[in-house]
Design a protein around this ligand. Sequence first.
Ligand code: DGT
Length: 150
Amino acid sequence: METETGKNRRPKRLQWIPVVAGFLRRGNTVLVGQRPENHSLAGLWEFPGGKIEAGETPEIALARELREELGIEAEIGDLKIAATHSYGEVNILILFYEILFWKGEPKAKHHLMLEWIEPRDLMNRPIPEANKKMMDRLMKALGQPWPKSS
Ligand code: DGT
């Protein structure tokens, strides 16, 4: 490929950050948390989760994040949505999993606060741009209550 310097160079490789997040359901509601002040996207409402660390599978990463953020032991269910988003220089690949079973009561160990909300209430809250872009897919994935959550 011809570049401004006239040399043949490969296009710049993008940096990707792999992220996992979980849908915890209780009846018609889903659990969301408000991002803490000292983090990027502070104050926005998100699904619990975070970055996959080197050597982790997505499921192991999500179980760890849910342990750290909510203090629960979760069984990671099916992958519901895979999506990409660019925040300027930062590109994320985000995988959303359903969480049907967990032990313990979720507590806000990381978030400013947690709330169980009806999926459509997401539209009235400040949420990450990545999630806004995939609202249709989120609503489809969260449209029906799952058979059991405890
Ligand atoms: P930071 O903010 O760079 O200090 O790192 P963390 O550890 O607070 O960020 P983390 O681990 O929550 O990374 C998740 C990234 O994915 C972050 O850029 C926000 C973005 N994201 C977009 N939608 C969601 C979502 O629904 N849940 C979570 N957990 N992250 C989301």
